[in-house]
Design a protein around this ligand. Structure first.
Ligand code: ZN
Ligand code: ZN
Length: 163
């Protein structure tokens, strides 16, 4: 089954798919290593509509925004919508459908982008990299900040001298 080209028919479709290594879809440096999608597309004969009801789990590999360490996290969610092809389709959905072929993969990717954390960080209190000496401050301390404080202090001392 190709989630990018899901042929809609007048019958139910059961989805149980695992897609690996979807590159270049999230922000720079992040990509979906594995996407697991389960659910169904139910066809309703009376209204001639399709009900899409799926849940997914995406394993994402990225880099910490502060210290650039490799990180991995999961985004999980469920997606439900109605496809009323004959009448008006939801405008947001209509760009993902053409000639009864649904691009479900891109709908899920959009949902991942909306639901993933705003910041990619390795841990809540990541200290990041020193902008002066480029040391990883989680692993070692540097003296840059200390030096800056001392410099300010010596300026103050000089001012007092002049008074
Ligand atoms: Zn970090
Ligand atoms: Zn430093």
């Amino acid at each position: 089954m190709n989630l990018k080209k899901l042929q809609l028919q007048k019958e139910n479709i059961i989805i149980n798919e695992r897609v690996n290594n979807i590159y270049d879809v999230l922000d720079e440096g992040s990509y979906i290593k594995e996407l697991i999608v389960e659910g169904k597309v139910l066809y309703d004969e009376i209204s001639d509509n399709h009900h899409v009801d799926i849940c997914y789990s995406a394993e994402i590999e990225s880099k910490c925004d502060r210290c650039l360490a490799n990180i991995k996290f999961y985004v999980k969610n469920s997606v439900k919508f109605l496809l009323d092809i004959k009448n008006n389709i939801d405008e947001e959905i209509s760009i993902f459908i053409e000639n009864n072929v649904l691009n479900l993969e891109d709908i899920i990717i959009e949902d991942i982008i909306l639901n993933k954390p705003f910041q990619n960080i390795c841990k809540e209190d990541c200290k990041g990299i020193c902008p002066k000496c480029y040391k990883d401050l989680n692993k070692e301390e540097c003296i840059c900040e200390k030096e800056e404080k001392e410099n300010k202090f010596s300026v103050l001392k000089d001012m007092f001298k002049e008074v």
